[in-house]
Write a protein that binds this ligand. Structure first.
Ligand code: C2E
Ligand code: MG
Ligand code: MG
Length: 941
């Protein structure tokens, strides 16, 4: 058997076997005792039995039963400790003395022939047993009625005195007065025995009444035992007061049962539980017992007086004794009350100060503490709600929390509180909005603690704080992460996210979405010419205009730079998408005023329309492809993506791969076209012109690939390649053919010119090839230079420091203003072929060329005419004062070997008449034959 709760260490545990009696019901010992009593009764009343035999056997049986009972108590006491052990040992002692006395008295009586009074030995055993009995009762009381021992002792005495009073009136007094007692000892033995028994019985019964259930069995058996003994004692007292002889009486059978029951009680005794305090009411009941007994004594006295009895001296003494006991008890009670009140006051002070402390903690906490009851009503709201929402706690108390929060949060709050009522204790914070006194809704985060089961709280405690600032900050962060800081439009990530969601919705409702890809036309020029500040103003204005023509449900995004995009949702077809695209074009296509400047903006838009079968990436790419088509077709328009456009895009992709391979496999070759000095007729140098020796398509001219390479950015690598090849070639010719002044002109793309690497590329090439910088001319077009005049100048100055010269290619085609020529450090003007071709067709071309040569001379620039095909053109150009020329008339561009052959021969046949252009260096120059008229046949290899 496991230890019962409350059975502490240090106390002997009760083993299963021995405690069985204690824990089993009491019927077995009671039945056994009854059976023994009946047997005894039969024996004691058997007729015609030899009196000596009956007496001897009876006393032997009584003695043995008493010893057994005593042994039971002593064995029980061994298993106990402290006061309990003492109590049961004393009970065992009393029973043992009684049994021993009976045995000895019986032996004395049977052996004595002279009728000796055997009661002396009995009186002796009673006298010795009395202090033991008192010790036993005091110990039992101290065990079962903890504390107030003095009062317990007084109570016990009161009970005894009251019991004596009743017993005396009930007849004991009469017996005593008429008794022919032999000795005072006998009187005491016979009279006090029952009185002590009754007192003892009352004490044990009162203990049993409020002992713990487990402990009650031993006390009940003891009480029963004492009850039998009382019966025996009473009977003996009545019968024996008139005689001195000790003879077995039928009442002695009761003693047999009493011994057995007391022994069983001793065996059943268990350690009293120390935690199980006597119940307050039981203690009260117990405290009332002496009063009952005294009241019963008073009632008995009243009845006795009413029927004419007198209150004789012993009763008066007993009354005095009881009054004294009551007075003492009252004094003790007063003292106890005083201590109790003082203790109570101290405790309530403590309680009050701890409550104040808690209240202080609650009120000074920046968090608001609220208690919500099981049905969601606010039962408590801390004062700190004033600081948080500028509202009074009373405004919340008694109202349902769900009714106080923002309407949109009501359902969530109800669901969560409902969950708590179902005894779920989710620790996740509750989030809702509460209204500030100024009308604003504040974000509140409340950490719940389910104390519905805690009787002192009986609610859900919410520790709430205002997280509005944090929310706002989080919202800002989220906004920043998903929006373009310049325009406030959605960024690429948010557009993608929305597009993906939209496509998911399409899968449900079968609708279509449209993506508009918007790219501003020539934004870079604006940015470069007016600065980034102006560019930003322009982008913001474009963003506002785009947003202005959209519905609230559409998404406008800035993807970066001058690229914007629009997502149209809710069932879009070609027609609606085209309408929106046109509206956007119209909105953008208006001048933007920045300061005093008005800047004209325009855009190209590509549109793609898709449904659930498409992916976000694919739709964006298709819109991009469509937009490129618009750019290629002249910008300022929109175009809806069509599958055929994809082919273009694929071709472009393929081109990139091919050109990459071309560079790797040396498929790019450089052809050279001689440049002729019109004054001397000698070859000044060549222009390097790139060709692509395509494996399947043959030799491709630059027009087939330069523009695409410019778009893809590969033009820069091509440029580097041509630069290196032509410089190396020219240096070889210079050295091997003794042509120290031979020059080479290399075309530089806008992209390469505007990039950061040109200076480094040129420097490295010159170092690597050892070509003198003076022999290198870089040809750039007006458009490359004029994008950012300032930057172009800086770039040119840096490169010119090396000694390299610059030629302005295709001059005359782009811009009408010539003012910039003064700004830029250009050395050579290459008059565009179109003017040469038009020579002789009216006055204008020759006037233009004359103006150029005049300007050039004033700026000390060298002039070159491009595309001379006829001798007539040559003559005219000469008269117009052009310095040099190149064209099919002299030579088509041809490969290095062909050019080398010319340079080796140092002569070049020109025109049908075969006039010679001599290749000379320095002073040795040959004049071109004036008679040369026709264009020579293509001599490209
Ligand atoms: P460009 O720099 O103006 O080169 C002159 C173009 O005129 C060359 O065309 C040349 O073959 C052609 N040409 C010369 N004389 C005559 C003539 O009498 N009649 C006619 N009809 N045409 C003549 P090409 O080689 O096809 O080059 C075209 C353009 O491609 C070049 O114009 C240049 O802008 C560009 N280009 C050529 N090679 C390169 C290069 O390596 N890098 C860069 N970035 N561009 C290059
Ligand atoms: Mg050129
Ligand atoms: Mg040109």
């Amino acid at each position: 058997m496991a230890l019962q709760p409350g059975e502490g260490e240090g106390r002997p545990a009760v083993p299963l076997e021995t405690s069985r009696l204690g824990s089993a019901d009491i019927t077995r010992p009671v039945a056994g005792a009854l059976a023994l009593m009946v047997v005894g009764l039969v024996w004691l009343t058997l007729p015609r039995l030899d009196p000596a035999l009956r007496r001897n056997v009876t006393y032997a049986a009584l003695g043995l039963a008493g010893l057994a009972g005593s042994l039971g108590c002593l064995v029980g006491a061994r298993r106990l400790a402290g006061a309990e052990r003492l109590a049961w040992a004393c009970i065992g002692g009393v029973v043992g003395l009684n049994a021993g006395g009976t045995l000895v008295a019986g032996v004395q009586r049977s052996t004595a022939t002279d009728g000796t009074d055997a009661s002396a030995i009995m009186n002796l055993s009673s006298a010795v047993g009395l202090p033991l009995a008192l010790t036993a009762s005091a110990s039992l009381m101290s065990v079962y009625l903890r504390g107030g021992r003095l009062r317990i002792a007084l109570d016990a005495l009161l009970v005894a005195a009251g019991a004596f009073y009743i017993a005396w009136l009930a007849g004991l007094g009469q017996l005593a007065s008429g008794a022919q007692v032999h000795t005072a000892g006998d009187q005491v033995q016979l009279l006090l025995g029952p009185v002590a028994d009754i007192a003892y019985l009352l004490i044990v019964v009162s203990l049993a009444l409020h002992a713990a259930r487990r402990e009650r069995r031993a006390l009940t058996l003891l009480a029963l035992g004492i009850a039998y003994a009382t019966g025996g004692d009473m009977g003996a007292a009545y019968v024996q007061l008139g005689t001195t002889d000790i003879v077995p009486l039928p009442f002695d059978a009761l003693w047999l049962a009493a011994y057995v029951l007391v022994g069983a009680a001793g065996l059943a005794a268990t350690p009293a539980s120390r935690t199980a305090r006597p119940h307050a009411r039981a203690a009260e009941r117990n405290g009332l017992l002496p009063s009952f007994v005294v009241a019963a004594a008073a009632a008995a006295a009243a009845i006795a007086l009413a029927v004419g009895h007198t209150i004789d001296e012993p009763l008066l003494w007993d009354t005095t004794f009881m009054v004294l006991l009551l007075a003492a008890r009252q004094a003790i009670s007063l003292h106890e009350n005083f201590i109790l009140t003082a203790d109570l006051e101290r405790r309530s002070d403590e309680l009050r100060s701890s409550e104040l402390q808690y209240r202080g903690l609650l009120e000074n906490n920046s968090d608001v503490i609220a208690v919500i009851d099981a049905v969601g009503i606010v039962s408590y709201m801390s004062e700190s709600v004033r600081g948080m929402l500028d509202r009074e706690p009373s405004e919340f108390r008694g109202l349902a929390l769900a009714d106080l929060v923002h309407a949109e949060d009501k359902a969530t709050v109800e669901a969560r509180l409902g969950g708590f009522a179902g005894r779920h204790s989710q620790q996740a914070p509750l989030e809702f909005r509460l209204q500030h006194s100024d009308g604003d809704w504040h974000d509140i985060e409340a950490v719940p603690n389910n104390l519905l089961d805690d009787t002192s709280v009986n609610g859900i405690v919410l520790s709430a704080r205002d997280v509005s600032d944090r929310r706002e900050y989080e919202d800002q962060l989220r906004h920043q992460a998903l929006h373009d800081p310049l325009t406030g439009l959605a960024n690429r990530a948010l557009l993608r996210e929305r597009l993906e969601h939209s496509l998911t919705r399409c899968a449900r409702n079968g609708e279509s979405v449209a993506v508009l890809f918007i790219d501003l036309d020539d934004f870079k020029v604006i940015n470069d010419n007016h600065g980034h500040g102006v560019g930003d103003v322009l982008l913001r204005s474009v963003a506002t205009r785009i947003r202005g023509v959209l519905r609230a449900m559409d998404t406008a995004a800035r993807l970066g730079g001058d690229e914007f995009a629009i997502l149209l949702e809710g069932g879009v077809d070609d027609h609606t998408a085209a309408l929106v695209a046109q509206r956007v074009l119209d909105a953008i296509d208006k001048p933007v005023g920045v300061g005093d400047v008005e800047i004209q903006v325009a855009a190209s838009i590509g549109v793609s329309i898709g449904n659930a079968a498409d992916t976000a990436d694919n739709l964006l790419r298709m819109a991009d492809v469509a937009m490129y088509r618009v750019k290629a077709a002249g910008k300022r328009d929109f175009s809806i993506f069509h599958a055929s456009m994809d082919l273009l895009a694929i071709a472009r992709l393929q081109f990139e791969v091919d050109i990459e391979e071309a560079m790797r496999e040396d498929q790019l070759v450089v052809h050279y076209q001689p440049l002729i000095d019109l004054g001397s007729g000698s070859i000044l140098g060549t222009e390097a012109l790139v060709r692509w020796q395509h494996p399947s398509r043959g030799l491709l001219p630059p027009s087939e690939f330069i523009e695409l390479a410019e778009e893809t950015g590969q033009i820069i690598d091509i440029g580097r390649c041509v630069l290196l090849t032509s410089c190396r070639q020219t240096e070889r010719w210079r050295a091997e053919l003794d042509l120290p002044e031979l020059t080479v002109a290399v075309n530089i793309s806008s992209r390469h010119f505007r990039g950061a690497d040109l200076l480094a590329d040129v420097t490295r090439t010159l170092e690597e090839t050892r070509l003198p910088a003076e022999c290198l001319v870089l040809e750039v077009t007006e458009s490359a230079l004029l994008d950012d005049l300032h930057e172009s100048r800086r770039q040119m100055m840096a490169i010119k420091k090396l000694g390299v010269r610059f030629a302005l290619d295709d001059f005359g085609t782009g811009y009408s203003s010539l003012g910039y020529l003064r700004e830029l450090p250009v050395d050579i003007l290459k008059i565009d072929r179109s003017f040469v071709t038009d020579l002789g067709k009216g006055e204008r071309p020759s006037e233009f060329i004359r103006a150029i040569t005049t300007l050039a001379r004033s700026l000390e620039l060298h002039t070159v005419a491009e595309g001379i095909e006829q001798a007539r053109q040559l003559r005219l150009l000469r008269t117009l004062g052009v310095d040099s020329a190149q064209g099919f008339f002299f030579a088509r561009p041809c490969d290095a070997d062909a050019v080398e052959a010319v340079l080796r021969r140092r002569s070049l046949s020109v025109g049908p008449s075969g006039a010679e252009v001599r290749v000379t260096t320095g002073a040795r120059k040959t004049r071109v034959e004036e008679s040369a008229e026709a264009v020579p046949a293509e001599r490209e290899s």
